[in-house]
Ligand binder design. Sequence first.
Ligand code: SF4
Length: 316
Amino acid sequence: MGFSHVFGPVPSRRLGLSLGVDLVAPKICSCDCVYCECGPTTQKTAQRGLYADPAKVIKEIDARLAGSPKLDFVTFSGFGEPTLNSALGEVAAHIAKKHPQYRRALLTNGTLFGNPALRKECAGIDVVAVSVDSVDEKIFKAVNRPHPDICLETMLEGIRAFSKDYSGRLLVEVFLVPGLNDQPEHLACMKKFFDGLGPCTVEINTLDRPGTQSWVVPASSQALAEAAKILGAVPIGRFCQGQGNMAPADLKERILEIISRRPCTVDDLAQISGASPQEIEILAAELAASGLATKKTLPRGVFFLAQQDPGPKSPT
Ligand code: SF4
């Protein structure tokens, strides 16, 4: 199956129904976060470049938007860091010009926001959701495991500068990893940083499904609520991204592709695919019976994993 740079539509609590645009191949990122639900980073870089051919991406976008599908957003996201692609501005401008009826969103780790040219490319995007998990170098390195060329101070200064000039909707997302970035003193320092930003909404999140490192566990609801209070943040539910609105003909193959990248429950797969949970149950059972998938029970439910994946250890 060839890699498609356009996927979905994918429903999410924050952005409604989005067509996803992946500007890098799996999994190119400037970080290798311990909680990443897309698996380990295989190419860690801080260098912007043409990780996907913009002409090919634009062609795929045009084809998917040709029938004017009902969507809330076209969202730059996927299985790596979209801002690494130096054609982000070009692709975003194309969508604005050719498909002005759709709002654009960007999900980013913010590590490259020290770059003024990138900030300019992002300025016209309607919603920018940027992750900030720490304002402390040691904790940042432990949680996000960034490329050595990423400087936290430069990144934070860049996000601050962006927030002052940006006229769209800025969301700042904190991912809480128990034992790493959840100390009250650290959260108080983060709050100080957030207070110095321009208009934005701070959101807090925690592990929803098995992450890259099996020792990462979700924060309890109480810990999440306490952290949210310190940060002045809104707790949100994480929603997985994937290949939405799948054709029934290749549904089983697509499900296998998704669970080979990240474990999913039947409900996750139903939301991603648009198929009914009953239909997913049947296909997942077929995959398990044929030895292609296996099941793992975690606090949130029964997850399906591709058989070759050694799988997560249950949080203790
Ligand atoms: S969570 Fe985002 S920033 Fe972190 S490794 Fe995964 S894709 Fe990269």
